[in-house]
Design a protein around this ligand. Structure first.
Ligand code: 26W
Length: 803
């Protein structure tokens, strides 16, 4: 777009006068923000149409990425960076008395996701666009994204996130392309000219309006979009009104609008809530209708649809795509069952993102049947045919067939629905895929292993390195040239400098600058003064017991106890930084947040620690906060219980910014180890296999507690009163069977080896050159973890796209 300065000024003035009837230089910051975003949005709308038309003309196959979550973060900086116009905007804005940084600060995080899965979806849209694929994301235009977190007296409190207030400016509504989605009622069935016909009666229908959010790629003409559905009342129900059924028509009103009201803030367990099922159906039905309509408009036939589109199911949340696409093909376009099913299976693919049993979605048959009667009938028939097929393969093995069924024990199991139909199924790291194919999906894998594959996650590193860490990125640009901007593997050239003292010193200086910036943020937000010469040890991710933030705190308490007992206990100064949201109803997770804050309160103010250790809990962890923390990290805590974290992506973001991983052999940590080599990472703890052995042979926490007197003291501290609160539930969760088996995530079994790894880090950090080289090797070996690589694997091995 390189646009002359005067032309941009002209456009901004034109939009200012259209929106606010004033010239651009007279706008307030918030007005200026809206003007700039509107300009970008309109430009992208034009570019998107051009790109789309040019690709569709070539009849290219396209992919639709269905996800209940897209954790977008901010857009303004990303779009300007991708379009290569950041400098131009700085200039033109300053000519008008404005600072672009002030407008960046106004850009809200679009928090339409919980964590890893939602952020991954955005990273993939970015890389797909950068590599010129035609890709459309589909999700819901939640009025309220992930809640805002405040810590009040150490306890997490949730507040609504009204992101549309400013974020709306990025959306383009398309009222004319609205579709209708029906819930409840009963099915009516009849035959017409020998054809089976069905329709819903007495159902409630909502109108789904699409809103486009444009997705830019780096240095490309391609622009894609994310389509977000909003549910509204269809049209004023005059018939109900004239019958005097005033209440019913108003009731319909609230029912419709509540569907797209709020993102479910849980990523750890499913509650089987009616509203969530409705959200999922809204997403699937509205998106599939619009996809099929679009295909028919272009090709006038469904005969080739499986060659022209791929539809991806991001975890099981959009699994209703299976029966809904069947419904559209059969009920609306008269395809036979067999024709429809074959097409569905060629079109649909599925990624699993978790093996935690409480996160595997299932719906009670009762609820499913009442809300989605026609979809239930189709699902029943899918299951009937599936069971028949499985009975031939596993005759009389009723237990196995039951386990593999879509419907059993009064539940509809969404993962089996995906497995019963999709032609490609993938896990998100090598270890995770192995666990799927040898564990929970084994019986399906044994029937047809060709359907299963691994695609290790990747990140949009141009956001997470180039935009988030301009100090480092600009330095690498000078040192290595621009190759890494489009090919992440080019970072490996940094290895040539691993013994170059000047480079190591420069990298150290950059890290210190970034740490100073974060220290300033910490001082402003938490009122805590942290030492930038201490190790910045960072654990940022959703709070979950399996991720073991608790292990981290237990170690911090251990350090405190050691220092208290022995003034001469040697310690390398460390600042432990946490960021984490707990799902609102997950009380144990909230108690762990409270414990972190209590530990912070005690340790940050104690003469015992003499400023040697500091603990910081940064509230409201979100994409834009991650962008501040990650460039400043020395140590990346990836300490989940082996076998539980599907992949992790924070580990990759931290690595590419030069943090050294302290982790278990879990998820993508295993691949990080392979890339950096064992000298550039700290691995500790039991392996996945050992974990299984420990658990199956009867895990006894007291074997570990009795061996280590310090551990005993640490546990005692949870309830002794030395902290400003007592945490008996946490102690119980570790030592009794009150909350399931004691310490089910093996914090205590891994404690000793975690302490040793932390000690090793301390020694290494005292040798600046050694630690600096480790950091360099992490940056240099991050190439594999680019989302550019991941999406190419999806494109060629899963979706069968052509470049
Ligand atoms: C409420 C139901 C529910 C269940 C699971 C909501 C959301 C989930 C997600 C699967 C949770 C999630 O975000 N998983 C993470 O996905 C990342 C991207 O693949 C991985 O890197 C993480 O390891 C995984 O925890």
């Amino acid at each position: 777009m390189p646009l002359p300065t005067f032309e941009l000024t002209y456009k901004l003035n034109e939009i200012s006068s259209r929106l606010f009837s004033i010239s651009f230089n007279n706008t307030t910051d918030i007005q200026a923000y809206k003007v700039v975003c509107t300009y970008i949005k309109e430009l992208l709308a034009k570019k998107q149409t051009e790109f789309y038309n040019s690709q569709i003309k070539k009849e290219k196959k396209q992919v639709y990425y269905m996800s209940m979550e897209f954790l977008v973060g901010t857009s303004l900086k990303n779009n300007l960076f991708n379009l290569g116009v950041e400098k131009l905007f700085f200039k033109v804005l300053s000519e008008n008395g404005k600072n672009l940084n002030d407008l960046y600060a106004l850009d809200p995080d679009a928090g339409l996701g919980n964590g890893g899965l939602g952020r991954l979806a955005c990273c993939y849209m970015d890389s797909l666009t950068t590599q010129n694929f035609v890709a459309t994301g589909f999700s819901i235009r939640y009025e309220f994204g992930i809640f805002k977190q405040k810590i009040i007296d150490g306890w997490q409190m949730e507040f609504p996130d009204n992101w549309l207030d400013k974020g709306e400016v990025w959306l383009r509504p398309r009222e004319d392309d609205a579709v209708y989605v029906s819930f409840g009622g009963e099915t009516e069935e009849w035959y017409e000219n020998g054809h089976f016909k069905t329709k819903l009666k007495n159902c409630k229908t909502v109108k789904a309006i699409p809103y486009d959010m444009f997705i830019t790629g780096y240095n490309t003409k391609a622009v894609n979009k994310l389509v977000l559905w909003s549910a509204v009342v269809p049209d004023f129900d005059m018939s109900a009104f004239s019958r005097g059924d005033y209440l019913r028509s108003l009731e319909q009103n609230t029912m419709a609008e509540v569907i797209s009201k709020v993102l479910y803030p849980a990523d750890d367990h499913t509650e089987g809530k009616r509203l969530r099922l409705k959200q999922q159906y809204l997403l699937c039905s509205a998106s599939l209708q619009s996809i099929v309509n679009f295909h028919l408009k272009k090709y006038k036939t469904l005969s080739n649809i499986e060659e022209k589109i791929a539809i991806h199911i991001n975890d099981t949340h959009p699994a209703l795509c299976v029966p809904e696409l069947m419904r559209i093909f059969m009920d609306e376009h008269d395809l036979s069952w067999d024709e429809a099913f074959l097409k569905c299976s060629k079109i649909l693919t599925y990624t699993n993102h978790t093996v935690m049993s409480e996160a595997l979605e299932k719906w009670s048959v009762e609820l499913f049947k009442t809300e989605l009667p026609r979809i239930y009938k189709i699902t029943e028939e899918i299951n009937r045919r599936l069971v028949k097929y499985l009975s031939d393969i596993y005759p009389n093995d009723y237990k196995k067939i039951d386990y593999m069924s879509v419907i059993s024990d009064g539940y509809v199991k969404m993962y089996n629905l995906c497995l019963s139909c999709c032609h490609k199924i993938n896990g998100v790291s090598a270890l995770h895929t192995k666990i799927l194919t040898e564990g929970i999906f084994k019986d399906y894998y044994n029937i047809d292993n060709a359907r299963f594959l691994n695609v290790t996650n990747g990140i949009a590193y141009r956001r997470w390195l180039c935009q988030a860490n301009p100090n480092l990125s600009n330095y690498l640009l000078k040192l290595l040239g621009p190759g890494f901007l489009t090919d992440c593997n080019a970072l490996s050239e940094l290895k040539n400098h691993k013994n170059n003292k000047t480079v190591l010193t420069d990298l150290y200086t950059i890290k210190q600058q970034n740490k100073a910036a974060l220290a300033k943020y910490i001082s402003q937000n938490n009122g805590i003064k942290v030492d930038i010469n201490s190790v910045f040890d960072v654990q940022i991710k959703r709070l979950h017991e399996y991720k073991r933030q608790l292990l981290n705190v237990l170690h911090i308490l251990y350090l405190y106890i050691r220092l208290k007992e022995d003034k001469n206990f040697h310690i390398t100064p460390k600042t432990f930084i946490f960021g984490a949201k707990a799902s609102a109803g997950y009380i144990m997770a909230k108690q762990i947040i409270s414990l972190i804050n209590s530990a912070a309160e005690l340790i940050n103010n104690s003469p015992v620690t003499k400023d040697l250790i500091k603990v910081v809990f940064l509230e409201d962890y979100r994409v834009s906060l991650a962008e501040k923390i990650i460039p400043a990290a020395d140590i990346s805590e990836q300490i989940s219980l082996a076998g539980k974290e599907a992949s992790g992506t924070g580990n990759m973001k931290l690595m590419i910014n030069g943090a050294v991983t302290l982790g278990t052999l879990d998820g993508a940590n295993v691949e990080i180890l392979k890339c950096v080599g064992k000298n550039n990472i700290y691995i500790f703890g039991n392996t996945e296999k050992q974990v299984e052995e420990i658990l199956s042979s009867g895990y006894n926490v007291f074997n570990y507690i009795n061996k280590n007197p310090y551990l005993k003291q640490v546990l005692n501290m949870l309830v002794s009163g030395e902290l400003n609160k007592r945490f008996p539930d946490i102690l119980d969760s570790l030592t009794t069977n009150k909350y399931g088996i004691a310490d089910r995530f093996l914090n205590l079994a891994d404690f000793d080896s975690y302490v040793l790894a932390q000690e090793e880090i301390s020694r290494a950090y005292e040798n600046k050159e050694k630690f600096g080289r480790m950091s360099l090797m992490n940056i240099a070996n991050a190439g594999l973890f680019s989302a550019d690589r991941s999406v190419l694997e999806y494109a060629f091995n899963i979706w069968d796209l052509k470049r």
